[in-house]
Design a binder for this molecule. Structure first.
Ligand code: SF4
Length: 58
C-alpha cells in the first residue's frame, strides 16, 4: 500500500504495518502488540504520537 497523508504520522512511521484485507488495508501499530499505551489499530489520521519513529532513520 502506498502511504498517504490521510494516515498522518503513521504514513512515515517505522512501527506501522499494513494489514491488507479484501476490502481495505488497515494500519496496525506494532508498538500496540506489546504496549497497551498504543492502540493496535490507531484511529487515523494520527497527528501526535509518542512512539513515532521516522521510517528509514538510522
Ligand atoms: S507508533 Fe504512532 S505513528 Fe507509529 S505506527 Fe504506531 S500509532 Fe502510528
Amino acid at each position: 500500500m502506498t502511504a498517504t497523508v490521510s494516515m498522518g504520522l503513521c504514513a512515515r512511521c517505522a512501527h506501522r504495518r499494513d494489514v491488507p484485507t479484501r476490502r481495505a488495508v488497515f494500519v496496525m501499530c506494532r508498538l500496540g502488540l506489546d504496549d497497551p499505551a498504543f492502540p493496535r489499530y490507531p484511529r487515523l489520521p494520527v497527528t501526535a504520537c509518542a512512539g513515532f519513529a521516522p521510517e528509514g532513520a538510522p
